[in-house]
Every structure is written in C-alpha cells, then in structure tokens.
Ligand binder design. Structure first.
Ligand code: CDP
Length: 224
C-alpha cells in the first residue's frame, strides 16, 4: 500500500509499440470512471504539426518550441489540433515513426511535461506511454509494464491496418517495430523501461478482456 496523498491516483501503463497498452488503458479508465491520457498521441501531434510546418526532425529547439505552443483538445475519443480533427492522421505509421524520432530530444519531452501532468484530475487517471512510471507520474499507485512478443505485436498491428483497409506487409512491419523498440529503449532521455515495482503483464496469449481484468485486480488489491 502506497502512502496516502491528496493528489488523484494514477495508474501508469508503459510498454513497447503495438503492445495493446492503449486499448487496455482506455478500458481500465472507463471501468473505473477515470480520466485517460494517451501520451503517445502528444508525441504524434508534435510529429504531425512539425511535418506540416516543414520543421526538420533534427531540430530539437524548433520542435520543443512547437510542442509548447500546440493547441490540443481531446474530446470523445477525437483529437483536435488547432481546431482541426486529426484523429486519423496521427495514427499513420509514418507519423508514429517520426514521433519516435523526435521523442529522443529532452527539449520535446520537457515541453510536454506540464501538459501531461495536467491530465491528473479527480477521481483518477490512467496514463499510457513509455515513461509514465519512470518520469511523469513517479508516484503512481499502480505501475504496469505491458508487453507482448514481437511476433504477437506485429500480427496485431497487421490486423489493425488491414481492418482499416490499409495494405501492409508482415516483414516490413516487424522490422519497423524492432527499429522502434530499439530507439525507444536505447535513447538517453526517458528510455522505455520496466521500473522497480512495476507489474509485468505479458499479453502475448491474453485477450484484451483478460489483460483489463488483471490490471483491475491489481488495482483492487491496493485497497485491501
Ligand atoms: O502506437 P504506438 O505504441 O506505436 O506508439 P505511441 O504510444 O502512440 O507513441 C508514439 C511514439 O512516441 C513512441 O514510439 C515513442 O517513441 C514516443 N513516446 C514517448 O517517447 N513517450 C511516451 N510517453 C509516449 C510515446
């Protein structure tokens, strides 16, 4: 049991790309009536906005400046950037890749710090990303490291894309996923990691329902 605090409780769910953490985090938040933060969407928004404005992915100070001034609204599962619906656009693979390239810069990460913490409101928050437990919400009452094998994650991403009518190749997706893993794990600033005290949840052989139930069980146990 953690030390009681007046701040709303946070459940931090970190993990690699296509591990299913977004789906699980959203469902856990809905079950508990908590707010939800998709921190990856913020990095994707920086990727999209900077791409549109012709800012190089190798210009940390311009990227950081842009990240500080973004006008973002999350509303009913939709994401608005400067008043425009970009929900679908930020999900594109090329935007995900660009997001992981600019996420290595402290200038970008620092610019998003306060914004991410502002999502912490009553009655609580479920936050998913790479550094939710290690940096943004170090006092999270529950920390989960959610992962799955590279094969399982590639298959999931493949099915997602095909379902959306986007053509994809398994071998290309697997390679992209491995590159993204390497970049997220090996960077100097806020690398993807399983922090001490985080529960490991390997979803390779679990359904979404089973993963959600496991997280809810861990959370319920905190109160006994
Ligand atoms: O959908 P997927 O899991 O591939 O990615 P995402 O969670 O939407 O995040 C996109 C990229 O943003 C990741 O590859 C990370 O490099 C970066 N990211 C990060 O550095 N820190 C976070 N808290 C969340 C995302």
């Amino acid at each position: 049991m953690k030390v009681a605090s007046n701040l709303p409780p946070v459940i931090a769910i970190d993990g690699p790309t296509a591990s299913g953490k977004g789906t699980v985090a959203m469902r856990v938040a809905a079950q508990l009536g908590f707010h939800y933060l998709d921190s990856g969407a913020l990095y994707r928004l920086v990727a999209l906005a900077s791409d549109k404005e012709g800012i190089s992915v190798e210009d940390p100070s311009a990227l950081g400046h842009l990240a500080t001034g973004m006008q973002i609204i999350f509303r009913d599962g939709e994401v608005l950037l400067a008043g425009k619906d970009v929900t679908e656009l930020i999900r594109e693979e090329k935007i995900g890749t660009r997001a992981s390239q600019l996420a290595v810069y402290p200038e970008v990460r620092d610019a998003l710090l306060v914004l991410q913490r502002s999502f912490r409101e009553q009655p609580g928050l479920v936050a998913d990303g790479r550094d939710m437990a290690s940096r943004i919400f170090t006092d999270a009452v529950l920390k989960v490291y959610l992962t799955a094998s590279a094969q399982a994650r590639t298959e999931r991403r493949y099915k997602q894309l095909i379902a959306k009518g986007i053509s994809a190749r398994m071998d290309v997706l697997l390679q992209d996923l491995q590159e993204r893993d390497a970049r997220d794990t090996n960077r100097g600033t806020a690398p993807l990691q399983r922090v001490e005290g985080a529960y490991l949840l390997d979803t390779s052989d679990l359904s979404v329902d089973q993963a959600v139930t496991q997280v809810l069980n861990w959370y319920a146990k905190l109160h006994h």
